[in-house]
Design a protein around this ligand. Sequence first.
Ligand SMILES: [Zn+2]
Ligand SMILES: [Zn+2]
Length: 283
Amino acid sequence: MIKDTTSKIYKKLAAQEKEEGSLPLLLKFYKSLTGIQAKTQKNIGLIEATISNPVIIQRLKQGIPLVRFEEFAIDGTLAKTTFIKVIALFSEYPQLFGEIPERLKATMAGRFLTKKAQKAWFTGKPLPPTLAEGISNNLIQAILQATMQPFLNKHALALIDQVEEDAWRRNYCPICGGSPDLSYLEKEVGARGLICSRCDAEWIYQRLQCPYCRNAEQSSLHFLEDEKGGFYRLYLCDKCHTYLKTIDLRKTEDEVLFPLERIYTLDLDNQAREKGYHPHSIS
Ligand SMILES: [Zn+2]
Ligand SMILES: [Zn+2]
């Protein structure tokens, strides 16, 4: 896993902005977001292992992710401050996200991010009305994801080395249980790794199987390559009609920053949708 990806992305976009004078709107937003996230991540203390080695091995064997909500170390005050900053940033871009209710834009809005609300988000349960009312579910989920990412990612960085390559070949994240939303073909043998949509952890998964419905019938699985040398691939499954964007690391010498690739590849999402495929839902 690439360490400290968030601040690398921030620096890269800041350099691009300086060079080109300005950034496209979405990248400008993302630069500011990674600025907030990098700052929060810096302020999170060391993540102490709350589970012992034998428990880790047992959980991996049983398919239980390593961080359960009870073990998710999160500084409530830092989370609330981050939440307020993230909302302020999203509200600067109504053309991208629509309007955010006044209630959530208030300086006291941090109080809505209760433990109960955090748990509901973490476990994919319905959010309390103080968060959910008057805002689309997609938007509030995106705001919460952006707020929690630094905390989840910090856990992923602390724990991912404990996950041996062969110990976890499942279609959900070994760290937080999230669903993958991006994948890559690694340099050495072209094995396929999945990337968690929530904490950005990476793990290896069968290349010839759909990670969403586990379909392994080759006649109903295929992929498309981009025209510029196949750096990007779109894996398509005709059983569950989902797609998965994939980056072929064998085709580049440059360092690839996966979270940034989510934005660079939005054209691929459009292509997949036009062909009748949909992304797998995050939860
Ligand atoms: Zn995860
Ligand atoms: Zn499928």
